[in-house]
Design a protein around this ligand. Sequence first.
Ligand code: AMP
Length: 189
Amino acid sequence: MLNIVIFGAPGSGKGTQSARLVEKYGLNHISTGDVLRAEIKNGTELGKTAKGYIDNGQLIPDELMIDILANVFDSFKNSKGVIFDGFPRTIAQAEALKKMLNERGQEVSIMLDLEVPEDELMVRLIKRGQESGRADDNEETIKKRLAVYHSQTAPLIDWYKNDGKYCYINGLGTMDGIFAAISESVDKL
Ligand code: AMP
């Protein structure tokens, strides 16, 4: 299986590039943000819990996220591979992902780090908020999410470097150009 962690700050293009990976390599896609937004839309208990955190730009507690992730992963049968988009976001989640995959005879194949400068992230997220109406894409919440990214999620860069899975991708440029760089790295696996 090709297990790809697509990583980057909010607005770095993880969702866009994941869709292309799904199309080109026939992979399954887990976006934990999408899973949570669907739960909110359906008015579930999980959705109610998640909404408070999301609206405040905070992360949902690790234990909850890890359970969700394992359930979605196990729902894929005979999968060629999975793209993890928006997960892991903390060291505890990265460790849990490694354990979960090991228990299933699997491992992360590569971690693609989409690097985009902060001023560009702000511009993209504010534009996305205007176009899609995503509640957490407003200036105040974006600032909180970027702060959470720096304090809790960015340390995963060194974690994956130590694990030998890290791959830098320049996230500035055209969607096609960025996808070409991603494909080149994935094709080498
Ligand atoms: P995203 O769509 O990936 O930007 O996620 C939107 C929001 O969902 C985040 O700001 C978090 O509140 C929550 N979320 C998504 N994935 C995770 C995760 N792996 N761990 C904790 N919270 C998450």
